[in-house]
Each structure stands twice: as structure tokens, then as C-alpha cells.
Design a protein around this ligand. Structure first.
Ligand code: FES
Length: 170
């Protein structure tokens, strides 16, 4: 008995039909079968948020979402947000305020930040962080400050070390 399954979904506005193994994650499907390598894999445990995409308009971690479960869904990756005006503004803000850091998790941060901006346009940094779709990928939104409240914990630690806050042990 085969565990393969035929699925049909919309990816970045295009209808896609494919056969996937039952255990194939959406991130692997997008990267390997659709060549959408803008979706990055970090922890692969649903913790870091680097793999965040939109499924039916909601941010979701594609590393813990089965492709087979997306049959009939509308999936949008960071590539599919190229012409999105909010994402365009966020990209510019990330650039101006050095929000890119190493850049690896940036696709997930952009998708998550866009969701926060759309749902909570008046959110400050604390509210943005507490409402992020992922624990560590909590992109600063309004305004994007120079102190990273988003990004991976290594980046935040490096930033705080460099700026030597009074409570940091010498
Ligand atoms: S790679 Fe999916 S949450 Fe980390």
C-alpha cells in the first residue's frame, strides 16, 4: 500500500497538483518540488519560525505542516509577497534598521511581521513580540528600532553584549 497522496493546492496564486508522500512536510514540498527556496528551515521543530508561510492567509510553520494536509489550501511563500505593499515597506524598514541580521530567518520574519502589521497596526514592540506567530521570530514592526527584539537569540545576545547594558556581567 502506497503512502503517497495526490494533492491540489494554490501556491503563490498558481494551482498546483502533485503527488506527495504522507510524511512530506510543506517546507520540503515547497523547496524540493516547487523550487521555492525562499522558505528556510532552521530548527525543523516548529520553534524558530524561519519556515513561516501563509496558509489560507494565516502564518503557519511549514516544517511541522504536512503537505498532504494542505490539499485545497491557499499557500503563499515569501516569493509570493514580492508585490505586496506591506511586505515592500517591511523590507525597506528591515534594511534601514539593519533588521536583516544574518538573513537566514528573514523570510519567516517578513511573513510574520506582515501578519502583525495587518492584524495589529498600532502594536508597539512588546505587543508585536507577544503576538508573533513564532517564539523567537518576533520582528519589530512599528517602529523598527535598532535594538533587535526580533531575530534569533544569538543575534539578540550579540547586540546586547556589544551595547553593554548595565546589567550585563563584565
Ligand atoms: S524551521 Fe520551522 S519553526 Fe524552525
Amino acid at each position: 500500500m502506497s503512502l503517497s497522496r495526490a494533492i491540489s493546492l494554490t501556491v503563490n496564486g498558481a494551482v498546483v497538483s502533485a503527488v506527495v508522500e504522507g510524511a512530506t512536510h510543506l517546507a520540503d514540498f515547497l523547496r524540493e518540488q516547487r523550487d521555492l527556496t525562499g522558505t528556510h528551515l532552521g530548527c525543523e521543530h516548529g520553534v524558530c519560525g524561519a519556515c513561516t508561510v501563509l496558509i489560507d492567509g494565516e502564518p503557519a510553520r511549514s516544517c511541522i505542516t504536512l503537505a498532504a494536509a494542505c490539499d485545497g489550501a491557499d499557500v503563499r511563500t515569501v516569493e509570493g509577497l514580492d508585490d505586496d505593499p506591506v511586505t515592500t515597506r517591511l523590507r525597506a524598514a528591515f534594511k534601514i534598521d539593519h533588521g536583516l541580521q544574518c538573513g537566514y530567518c528573514t523570510p519567516g520574519m517578513l511573513v510574520t511581521a506582515r501578519d502583525i502589521v495587518r492584524r495589529l497596526p498600532q502594536a508597539d514592540e512588546a505587543r508585536s513580540a507577544s503576538n508573533s506567530a513564532a517564539t523567537y521570530v518576533a520582528a519589530p514592526v512599528t517602529p523598527v528600532s535598532s535594538a533587535p527584539s526580533g531575530g534569533c537569540w544569538q543575534t539578540r545576545r550579540r547586540w546586547w553584549k556589544r551595547h553593554e547594558p548595565p546589567w550585563h556581567p563584565k
